[in-house]
Design a protein around this ligand. Structure first.
Ligand code: TTP
Ligand code: CA
Length: 364
Protein backbone atom coordinates (compact mmCIF):
# COMPACT_ATOMS: atom_id res chain seq x y z
CA UNK A 1 0.00 0.00 0.00
CA UNK A 2 1.37 3.44 -0.96
CA UNK A 3 2.22 5.25 2.28
CA UNK A 4 0.84 8.76 2.84
CA UNK A 5 2.58 10.83 5.50
CA UNK A 6 1.63 14.27 6.83
CA UNK A 7 4.10 16.61 8.49
CA UNK A 8 2.71 19.52 10.50
CA UNK A 9 4.92 22.46 11.48
CA UNK A 10 3.50 25.35 13.53
CA UNK A 11 4.21 28.84 12.18
CA UNK A 12 6.67 31.05 14.15
CA UNK A 13 5.53 29.03 17.14
CA UNK A 14 6.70 30.86 20.30
CA UNK A 15 6.02 34.29 18.82
CA UNK A 16 2.62 33.19 17.49
CA UNK A 17 1.63 32.07 21.00
CA UNK A 18 2.73 35.43 22.41
CA UNK A 19 0.65 37.23 19.76
CA UNK A 20 -2.35 35.11 20.63
CA UNK A 21 -1.96 35.91 24.32
CA UNK A 22 -1.62 39.65 23.71
CA UNK A 23 -3.35 40.75 20.49
CA UNK A 24 -2.09 44.32 21.02
CA UNK A 25 1.37 43.24 19.79
CA UNK A 26 -0.01 41.51 16.69
CA UNK A 27 0.90 44.29 14.26
CA UNK A 28 4.36 44.78 15.67
CA UNK A 29 7.61 42.90 15.21
CA UNK A 30 7.74 40.33 18.01
CA UNK A 31 11.03 38.75 19.08
CA UNK A 32 11.20 35.96 21.66
CA UNK A 33 14.59 35.87 23.36
CA UNK A 34 16.38 33.17 25.27
CA UNK A 35 18.65 34.67 27.87
CA UNK A 36 21.47 32.27 28.64
CA UNK A 37 23.47 31.82 31.82
CA UNK A 38 25.68 34.57 30.44
CA UNK A 39 22.93 37.10 31.19
CA UNK A 40 20.93 39.38 28.89
CA UNK A 41 23.95 40.33 26.84
CA UNK A 42 24.51 36.71 25.81
CA UNK A 43 20.88 36.16 24.80
CA UNK A 44 19.90 34.72 21.46
CA UNK A 45 16.69 34.98 19.45
CA UNK A 46 14.52 31.86 19.86
CA UNK A 47 12.13 32.91 17.16
CA UNK A 48 10.28 35.96 15.86
CA UNK A 49 7.16 36.76 13.88
CA UNK A 50 7.14 37.61 10.19
CA UNK A 51 7.26 41.40 10.73
CA UNK A 52 10.54 40.86 12.59
CA UNK A 53 11.81 38.49 9.87
CA UNK A 54 11.18 41.21 7.29
CA UNK A 55 13.57 43.39 9.31
CA UNK A 56 16.23 40.70 8.92
CA UNK A 57 15.88 39.15 12.39
CA UNK A 58 16.46 35.38 12.54
CA UNK A 59 16.44 32.57 15.10
CA UNK A 60 19.81 32.16 16.85
CA UNK A 61 20.85 35.76 16.17
CA UNK A 62 22.18 37.60 19.23
CA UNK A 63 19.32 39.63 20.78
CA UNK A 64 21.63 42.63 20.80
CA UNK A 65 21.85 42.47 17.01
CA UNK A 66 18.07 42.04 16.73
CA UNK A 67 17.59 45.17 18.81
CA UNK A 68 19.81 47.21 16.55
CA UNK A 69 17.95 45.94 13.45
CA UNK A 70 14.52 46.81 14.86
CA UNK A 71 14.65 48.97 17.99
CA UNK A 72 10.83 49.28 18.13
CA UNK A 73 10.24 45.51 18.12
CA UNK A 74 8.59 43.89 21.15
CA UNK A 75 11.18 41.74 22.96
CA UNK A 76 9.82 38.98 25.20
CA UNK A 77 11.56 36.30 27.26
CA UNK A 78 10.98 32.64 26.42
CA UNK A 79 8.19 30.98 28.46
CA UNK A 80 9.08 27.39 27.71
CA UNK A 81 6.75 25.77 30.23
CA UNK A 82 3.78 27.61 28.83
CA UNK A 83 4.67 26.74 25.21
CA UNK A 84 4.98 23.09 26.27
CA UNK A 85 1.40 23.23 27.56
CA UNK A 86 0.19 24.63 24.23
CA UNK A 87 2.23 21.98 22.45
CA UNK A 88 0.49 19.23 24.44
CA UNK A 89 -2.95 20.49 23.35
CA UNK A 90 -1.84 20.72 19.72
CA UNK A 91 -0.30 17.26 19.71
CA UNK A 92 -3.54 15.81 21.08
CA UNK A 93 -5.40 17.31 18.09
CA UNK A 94 -2.83 16.05 15.59
CA UNK A 95 -2.66 12.62 17.21
CA UNK A 96 -6.38 12.15 16.67
CA UNK A 97 -5.89 12.31 12.89
CA UNK A 98 -3.24 9.57 12.72
CA UNK A 99 -4.16 6.05 11.56
CA UNK A 100 -3.52 4.68 15.02
CA UNK A 101 -2.01 5.46 18.38
CA UNK A 102 1.41 4.39 17.09
CA UNK A 103 1.17 6.16 13.72
CA UNK A 104 2.15 9.47 15.28
CA UNK A 105 5.59 10.96 15.93
CA UNK A 106 6.22 14.26 17.69
CA UNK A 107 9.64 15.43 16.53
CA UNK A 108 9.84 18.75 18.37
CA UNK A 109 7.77 21.13 20.43
CA UNK A 110 5.91 22.27 17.31
CA UNK A 111 6.30 19.50 14.70
CA UNK A 112 4.87 16.04 14.18
CA UNK A 113 4.51 13.32 11.57
CA UNK A 114 1.27 11.40 11.08
CA UNK A 115 0.85 8.27 9.03
CA UNK A 116 -2.58 8.57 7.38
CA UNK A 117 -2.18 5.81 4.78
CA UNK A 118 -5.28 3.92 5.89
CA UNK A 119 -7.39 6.99 6.72
CA UNK A 120 -7.01 8.28 3.18
CA UNK A 121 -6.78 4.88 1.54
CA UNK A 122 -3.53 5.99 -0.14
CA UNK A 123 -5.47 8.71 -1.98
CA UNK A 124 -3.65 12.06 -2.00
CA UNK A 125 -6.88 14.01 -2.69
CA UNK A 126 -8.41 12.65 0.48
CA UNK A 127 -5.09 13.33 2.23
CA UNK A 128 -5.41 16.99 1.23
CA UNK A 129 -8.89 17.11 2.78
CA UNK A 130 -7.47 15.67 5.99
CA UNK A 131 -4.65 18.24 5.91
CA UNK A 132 -7.18 21.07 5.52
CA UNK A 133 -9.27 19.73 8.39
CA UNK A 134 -6.22 19.62 10.62
CA UNK A 135 -5.41 23.25 9.81
CA UNK A 136 -8.98 24.32 10.51
CA UNK A 137 -9.16 22.49 13.81
CA UNK A 138 -5.80 23.86 14.99
CA UNK A 139 -6.98 27.38 14.14
CA UNK A 140 -10.39 26.93 15.77
CA UNK A 141 -9.14 25.28 18.96
CA UNK A 142 -5.80 26.96 19.51
CA UNK A 143 -5.99 30.17 17.43
CA UNK A 144 -2.70 29.28 15.75
CA UNK A 145 -1.69 28.57 12.16
CA UNK A 146 0.45 25.74 10.87
CA UNK A 147 1.99 24.59 7.63
CA UNK A 148 1.26 21.13 6.34
CA UNK A 149 3.25 18.90 4.01
CA UNK A 150 1.96 15.66 2.53
CA UNK A 151 4.09 13.10 0.74
CA UNK A 152 4.86 9.40 0.25
CA UNK A 153 7.39 9.40 3.12
CA UNK A 154 8.71 11.48 6.02
CA UNK A 155 11.50 13.12 4.04
CA UNK A 156 9.12 14.49 1.39
CA UNK A 157 6.38 15.42 3.90
CA UNK A 158 8.91 17.35 5.99
CA UNK A 159 10.25 19.24 3.00
CA UNK A 160 6.74 19.89 1.69
CA UNK A 161 5.63 21.52 4.95
CA UNK A 162 8.35 24.15 4.68
CA UNK A 163 7.61 24.78 0.98
CA UNK A 164 4.75 27.22 1.63
CA UNK A 165 4.99 29.04 4.93
CA UNK A 166 3.16 30.40 6.85
CA UNK A 167 -0.31 28.82 6.82
CA UNK A 168 0.46 26.71 3.75
CA UNK A 169 -0.34 23.23 2.52
CA UNK A 170 1.77 21.38 -0.04
CA UNK A 171 1.02 17.98 -1.50
CA UNK A 172 3.78 16.07 -3.28
CA UNK A 173 2.52 12.89 -4.91
CA UNK A 174 4.87 10.00 -5.60
CA UNK A 175 5.13 10.91 -9.28
CA UNK A 176 5.89 14.55 -8.40
CA UNK A 177 8.78 13.82 -6.04
CA UNK A 178 11.52 14.20 -8.66
CA UNK A 179 10.27 17.57 -9.97
CA UNK A 180 9.85 18.78 -6.41
CA UNK A 181 13.34 17.85 -5.24
CA UNK A 182 15.72 18.17 -8.15
CA UNK A 183 15.88 21.98 -8.47
CA UNK A 184 16.42 22.49 -4.73
CA UNK A 185 19.81 23.43 -3.28
CA UNK A 186 21.23 20.34 -1.51
CA UNK A 187 21.25 22.25 1.78
CA UNK A 188 17.45 22.09 1.74
CA UNK A 189 17.44 18.29 1.87
CA UNK A 190 16.21 17.32 5.31
CA UNK A 191 19.14 15.91 7.26
CA UNK A 192 21.93 17.73 5.45
CA UNK A 193 23.74 20.12 7.77
CA UNK A 194 26.08 22.98 7.05
CA UNK A 195 29.23 20.83 7.19
CA UNK A 196 27.89 18.32 4.65
CA UNK A 197 26.54 21.10 2.46
CA UNK A 198 30.00 22.72 2.36
CA UNK A 199 31.69 19.40 1.57
CA UNK A 200 29.23 18.75 -1.25
CA UNK A 201 29.80 22.26 -2.62
CA UNK A 202 33.53 21.52 -2.74
CA UNK A 203 32.69 18.48 -4.86
CA UNK A 204 30.67 20.71 -7.20
CA UNK A 205 27.33 19.39 -5.94
CA UNK A 206 24.96 22.33 -5.56
CA UNK A 207 21.47 21.01 -6.30
CA UNK A 208 19.64 17.82 -5.43
CA UNK A 209 19.84 16.93 -9.13
CA UNK A 210 23.66 17.21 -8.96
CA UNK A 211 23.63 14.91 -5.94
CA UNK A 212 21.38 12.35 -7.57
CA UNK A 213 23.60 12.20 -10.65
CA UNK A 214 26.88 12.04 -8.73
CA UNK A 215 29.04 8.91 -8.71
CA UNK A 216 27.80 6.91 -5.72
CA UNK A 217 31.24 5.37 -5.15
CA UNK A 218 32.73 8.81 -4.64
CA UNK A 219 29.96 9.73 -2.19
CA UNK A 220 30.74 6.56 -0.25
CA UNK A 221 34.47 7.32 -0.35
CA UNK A 222 33.97 10.82 1.03
CA UNK A 223 31.12 10.23 3.50
CA UNK A 224 31.38 6.54 4.39
CA UNK A 225 29.02 3.76 3.36
CA UNK A 226 25.96 4.63 5.45
CA UNK A 227 25.94 8.36 4.87
CA UNK A 228 26.97 8.09 1.22
CA UNK A 229 24.09 5.73 0.53
CA UNK A 230 21.73 7.84 2.56
CA UNK A 231 22.67 10.96 0.56
CA UNK A 232 21.93 9.19 -2.70
CA UNK A 233 18.59 7.88 -1.45
CA UNK A 234 17.56 11.26 -0.07
CA UNK A 235 18.39 12.89 -3.41
CA UNK A 236 16.00 10.44 -5.07
CA UNK A 237 13.34 11.16 -2.47
CA UNK A 238 13.61 7.65 -1.00
CA UNK A 239 12.98 7.29 2.72
CA UNK A 240 11.56 4.20 4.32
CA UNK A 241 11.82 5.19 7.97
CA UNK A 242 8.53 4.52 9.75
CA UNK A 243 6.47 7.06 11.67
CA UNK A 244 6.83 5.99 15.27
CA UNK A 245 6.22 7.43 18.65
CA UNK A 246 9.44 8.43 20.37
CA UNK A 247 9.24 9.19 24.02
CA UNK A 248 11.58 11.45 25.92
CA UNK A 249 12.23 8.56 28.27
CA UNK A 250 13.99 6.77 25.42
CA UNK A 251 17.04 8.96 25.79
CA UNK A 252 19.36 10.41 28.39
CA UNK A 253 21.32 13.52 27.53
CA UNK A 254 23.17 16.48 28.94
CA UNK A 255 24.28 19.76 27.40
CA UNK A 256 26.43 22.54 28.80
CA UNK A 257 27.97 25.81 27.67
CA UNK A 258 31.73 26.14 27.50
CA UNK A 259 33.03 28.93 29.72
CA UNK A 260 34.08 30.80 26.60
CA UNK A 261 33.53 30.01 22.94
CA UNK A 262 36.53 27.89 22.00
CA UNK A 263 38.02 25.42 19.55
CA UNK A 264 40.60 24.15 22.04
CA UNK A 265 40.61 20.36 21.99
CA UNK A 266 41.61 19.97 25.63
CA UNK A 267 38.91 22.28 26.95
CA UNK A 268 36.23 20.72 24.74
CA UNK A 269 37.25 17.14 25.61
CA UNK A 270 37.36 17.91 29.31
CA UNK A 271 33.75 19.17 29.32
CA UNK A 272 32.75 16.27 27.07
CA UNK A 273 34.18 13.77 29.57
CA UNK A 274 32.23 15.40 32.38
CA UNK A 275 28.98 15.26 30.41
CA UNK A 276 29.50 11.67 29.27
CA UNK A 277 30.24 10.58 32.85
CA UNK A 278 27.05 12.21 34.03
CA UNK A 279 25.00 10.56 31.28
CA UNK A 280 26.57 7.19 32.11
CA UNK A 281 25.78 7.61 35.81
CA UNK A 282 22.15 8.32 34.99
CA UNK A 283 21.96 5.33 32.63
CA UNK A 284 23.42 3.09 35.32
CA UNK A 285 21.04 4.48 37.93
CA UNK A 286 18.14 3.59 35.65
CA UNK A 287 19.74 0.21 34.92
CA UNK A 288 19.43 0.67 31.17
CA UNK A 289 21.73 -0.04 28.28
CA UNK A 290 21.88 2.15 25.17
CA UNK A 291 22.16 1.46 21.52
CA UNK A 292 22.98 4.93 20.16
CA UNK A 293 25.29 7.77 21.09
CA UNK A 294 24.77 11.33 19.85
CA UNK A 295 27.10 14.29 20.20
CA UNK A 296 25.78 17.81 19.63
CA UNK A 297 27.72 21.02 19.03
CA UNK A 298 26.25 24.51 19.01
CA UNK A 299 28.76 26.76 17.30
CA UNK A 300 29.52 30.37 18.15
CA UNK A 301 27.15 31.46 15.34
CA UNK A 302 24.42 29.37 17.09
CA UNK A 303 24.26 26.81 14.29
CA UNK A 304 23.67 23.32 15.67
CA UNK A 305 25.15 20.11 14.36
CA UNK A 306 24.93 16.49 15.56
CA UNK A 307 26.67 13.20 14.93
CA UNK A 308 25.35 9.77 15.92
CA UNK A 309 26.49 6.19 16.12
CA UNK A 310 24.13 3.26 16.37
CA UNK A 311 25.01 -0.25 17.53
CA UNK A 312 23.50 -3.55 16.59
CA UNK A 313 22.70 -4.23 20.26
CA UNK A 314 22.50 -2.33 23.55
CA UNK A 315 25.57 -1.83 25.77
CA UNK A 316 26.30 -0.28 29.11
CA UNK A 317 29.96 0.52 28.85
CA UNK A 318 31.50 3.73 30.18
CA UNK A 319 34.68 3.40 28.13
CA UNK A 320 32.77 2.76 24.91
CA UNK A 321 30.64 5.85 25.55
CA UNK A 322 33.72 7.99 26.19
CA UNK A 323 35.60 6.68 23.17
CA UNK A 324 32.65 7.09 20.83
CA UNK A 325 31.80 10.58 22.05
CA UNK A 326 35.46 11.64 21.74
CA UNK A 327 35.75 10.21 18.29
CA UNK A 328 32.73 12.14 17.03
CA UNK A 329 33.83 15.31 18.81
CA UNK A 330 37.28 14.89 17.24
CA UNK A 331 35.59 14.82 13.85
CA UNK A 332 33.75 18.06 14.64
CA UNK A 333 37.03 19.70 15.68
CA UNK A 334 38.70 18.51 12.48
CA UNK A 335 35.89 19.60 10.19
CA UNK A 336 35.71 23.24 11.16
CA UNK A 337 37.76 25.99 12.72
CA UNK A 338 34.65 27.66 14.11
CA UNK A 339 34.49 28.06 17.89
CA UNK A 340 32.14 25.89 19.94
CA UNK A 341 29.64 27.49 22.30
CA UNK A 342 27.72 24.56 23.77
CA UNK A 343 28.19 20.81 23.56
CA UNK A 344 26.05 17.84 24.48
CA UNK A 345 26.12 14.06 24.79
CA UNK A 346 23.08 11.82 24.56
CA UNK A 347 22.49 8.08 24.63
CA UNK A 348 19.32 6.67 23.11
CA UNK A 349 17.42 3.53 22.11
CA UNK A 350 17.49 2.60 25.77
CA UNK A 351 16.59 -0.86 26.93
CA UNK A 352 16.56 -2.85 30.13
CA UNK A 353 18.63 -5.62 28.64
CA UNK A 354 22.24 -5.02 27.70
CA UNK A 355 24.25 -7.23 25.47
CA UNK A 356 27.92 -7.87 25.95
CA UNK A 357 29.66 -5.58 28.39
CA UNK A 358 32.13 -4.00 26.07
CA UNK A 359 32.30 -3.47 22.39
CA UNK A 360 33.71 -1.13 19.87
CA UNK A 361 31.80 -1.93 16.74
CA UNK A 362 29.96 1.37 16.67
CA UNK A 363 28.89 1.66 13.08
CA UNK A 364 28.26 5.05 11.52
P1 TTP B 1 10.91 26.30 14.22
O1 TTP B 1 9.78 25.44 13.76
O2 TTP B 1 12.25 26.07 13.63
O3 TTP B 1 10.58 27.84 13.98
P2 TTP B 1 9.23 28.66 14.13
O4 TTP B 1 8.06 27.78 14.43
O5 TTP B 1 9.46 29.75 15.11
O6 TTP B 1 9.08 29.34 12.72
P3 TTP B 1 8.61 28.70 11.33
O7 TTP B 1 7.34 29.40 11.00
O8 TTP B 1 9.71 29.04 10.37
O9 TTP B 1 8.44 27.23 11.54
O10 TTP B 1 11.08 26.17 15.78
C1 TTP B 1 9.97 25.99 16.67
C2 TTP B 1 10.20 26.74 17.95
O11 TTP B 1 11.41 26.28 18.56
C3 TTP B 1 10.37 28.23 17.76
O12 TTP B 1 9.13 28.91 17.77
C4 TTP B 1 11.27 28.60 18.89
C5 TTP B 1 12.08 27.37 19.16
N1 TTP B 1 13.46 27.55 18.62
C6 TTP B 1 14.47 28.00 19.48
O13 TTP B 1 14.23 28.20 20.68
N2 TTP B 1 15.73 28.21 18.97
C7 TTP B 1 16.03 28.00 17.65
O14 TTP B 1 17.20 28.22 17.22
C8 TTP B 1 14.99 27.55 16.78
C9 TTP B 1 15.27 27.32 15.31
C10 TTP B 1 13.73 27.34 17.31
CA1 CA C 1 7.65 25.87 13.28
Amino acid sequence: MQRVIIHVDMDYFYAAIEEREDPSIRDKAVVVCMYSNRGEEGGAVSTCNYAARRAGIRAAMPCRQARSLKPDAVFLPVRKGFYEEVSKNLMAILHSYADSEEAFERTSIDEAFLDITRSCNSDFDIAREIGMRIKEEVKAQEKLTCSVGIGPNKLIAKMASSFRKPDGITIVRTEEVQDFLRPMPVGKLWGIGKVTEDKLAQMGIMTVADLEEHDIMELVRVFGKNKGTWLRHAASGIDETPVRERSASDQIGRMASLKHDTHDEQIVFSLLTELADDVMNRAQARKVGFRSVTVTVIFSNFKTSTKSRTLSHPVSDRQALHDTAREMMGQFLGETTMNFRRIGVMVGNLSEKTGQKSLFDFAE
